[in-house]
Design a protein around this ligand. Structure first.
Ligand code: NAP
Length: 501
């Protein structure tokens, strides 16, 4: 089983020990980053003695040379290496020595287990196997290869290296730094990597892309990942602020599904899909900018994807890729529930005013066009409304004409009212006096200005929050075949949105 190691970058022994003792038992190893400590050799040696005497779990002692991102000066490289030898003499379980420092230090002189490490902060070189062999022939007890990912395909190559050498007598820790390197950190247990490094907090990382230990344990469930764990993720660019990892990982945990769900920053969907499918990718949420570009990469797509021209879900079974669009059914479901609550006419008897002609507007236009009496699309840029209306079989108008429509249902799919501009509404209050059903696609905040105005006017409302949760729940059902834990998923979205306020 892969070990979880937390890097501690504190300036003195007291702070290191306090940080170490705050870690839970699931953290197997603490890495003591001596390069975070200022001062001369005797001072750092004294701090190290205190740390080694008071450690509560195995430690890796690391002191990078200055040019390898050491935070404090290690101008005298001999003294730096002496500190590593001292650490071994003091009983440290592991010391980390860079491959290029080996000529100056004999591994045989060290009583600790030796981690021979290769770092590249610029890129992930093509020939990872060559680097592996150089580390291997050094006589290391553990090999560590850490490179910068400039594309998520670098992560797939690194995971491939981990997988290839998973049974070797010398254990391998292989990881990619940076946002695109995240899969290598989380998936180490699936590919039998020796250990993965995490940070104390988001701010206190010792390398780019390190994940805080709490997220490793609670969000990604690092300790539950094994060779059978299924890989899911959201393919997007940018991806950092996606709520989907929190929603789906909590749902998997609640439903005892052996799977982990990762944010995947994807630039090129073709190379990404090929490489991760080989590693066992089972499914994806797909969002901006890949909703259209993924379609030709599928073996099959459902009717809605065909009509809308966008997918948001991929399911991979028996090597075949199926593309779905859960947005449309989820939006129609939210609308139908609101209609039932209103005890009103059926959708097919309603005149619907759809505000917006972007991605969300497009999904709803195609979803509604055949199911309602009349669909009118109003958009700030009227030419976009006209284009969408002609494709979907609807009418179009400008925002200034929308008041004359007298709709039974108003649906907002513009971004007006979205955080941080939460006091704006896309529809004037007087439009609400006839009490149409009001559906706002915006889900951040949950209670938009439009929905508040509508409720005050006595309208029945449906929220983008319900839509958002419903589309994620449908993805869960497609991937697992299980009943989605909707309330759990909704709680996660609420928690995440509360954090914005
Ligand atoms: P998008 O493709 O960028 O489209 C944005 C739309 O808003 C366009 O129609 C745009 O009009 C209009 N717009 C932007 N600023 C405006 C303004 N100041 N006044 C009037 N119209 C304005 O975005 P999207 O993906 O469709 O998303 C739109 C909203 O729906 C976002 O708040 C998003 O979070 C939400 N959404 C929710 C869900 C859900 O599950 N609940 C799903 C998808 C989207 P122009 O054409 O004139 O630029």
């Amino acid at each position: 089983m892969s070990k979880l190691c937390v890097s501690i970058t504190e300036p003195d022994a007291a702070a290191v020990i306090s940080a170490m003792k705050s870690l839970p038992p699931q953290v197997d190893i603490a890495e003591i980053r001596l390069d975070s400590m200022a001062g001369d050799y005797p001072r750092i040696k004294r701090e190290l003695e205190i740390i080694c005497r008071n450690r509560d779990r195995p430690v890796i002692v690391t002191k990078r040379p200055l040019e390898k991102c050491g935070h404090a000066a290690a101008r005298d490289d001999q003294k730096r290496l002496m500190l590593l030898k001292d650490a071994a003499d003091m009983g440290a379980e592991y010391v980390d020595i860079e491959l290029e420092s080996l000529p100056q230090l004999s591994l045989a002189d060290l009583s600790a287990r030796t981690i021979v490490s290769y770092h590249n902060f610029e890129e992930t070189p093509e020939d990872l196997e060559l680097i592996y062999r150089q580390c291997h022939y050094s006589g290391a007890d553990v090999i560590k290869i850490a490179t910068m990912a400039t594309d998520i395909s670098d992560s797939s190559r690194m995971l491939g290296l981990m997988q290839k050498h998973s049974g070797a007598s010398t254990p391998l820790t292989a990881l990619c730094m940076g946002e695109e390197g995240l899969p290598t950190r989380v998936l180490a247990p699936k590919f039998r990597g020796y250990l993965s490094f995490a940070s104390m907090t988001p701010e206190k990382n010792s390398a780019p892309g390190q994940i805080p230990w709490r997220d490793m344990l609670d969000l990604y469930r690092f300790k539950q990942i094994d060779k059978n764990t299924c890989i899911y993720g959201v393919a997007a660019n940018p991806v950092a602020h996606s709520m989907s990892p929190a929603i789906h990982n909590r749902a998997f945990a609640h439903s005892n599904v052996n799977a982990t769900y990762l944010p995947m920053k994807v630039k090129d969907p073709i190379t990404f899909l090929d490489a991760f499918q080989r590693l066992g990718l089972k499914g994806l949420s797909v969002t901006i900018p890949h909703k259209e570009a993924m379609i030709p990469l599928m073996d099959e797509i459902d009717d809605i994807v065909e009509r809308v021209g966008a997918l948001n879900t991929v399911n991979i079974t028996d090597g075949r890729r199926f593309g779905y669009n859960t947005d449309v059914a989820a939006a129609l479901g939210a609308l139908r529930s609101a209609l039932e609550a209103k005890n009103a006419a059926e959708l097919k008897d309603c005149r619907v005013l759809l505000l917006g002609a972007g991605g969300a507007g497009r999904a709803l236009a195609f979803g509604l066009a055949d199911s309602v009496k009349e669909l009118i699309i109003a958009n700030r840029t009227i030419s976009r409304a006209q284009k969408l209306a002609s494709e979907a079989g609807a009418k179009a108008c400008g925002l200034s004409e929308m008041e004359a429509c007298r709709p039974d249902i108003i649906i907002n799919t513009t971004s007006v009212g979205m955080h941080p501009d939460t006091e704006r509404s896309p529809a004037p209050k007087k439009m609400l006096s006839r009490r149409p059903l009001v559906f706002d696609a915006v889900y951040n905040p949950i209670q938009t200005r439009l929905l508040r105005d509508a409720r005050e006017a006595g309208c029945v409302t449906a929220s983008g929050f319900d839509w958002f949760v419903a589309q994620a729940a449908e993805q869960f059902r497609i991937w697992t075949g299980k009943q989605p834990p909707r309330e759990i998923m909704a709680d996660v979205v609420r928690e995440k949105l509360d954090a914005f306020v």
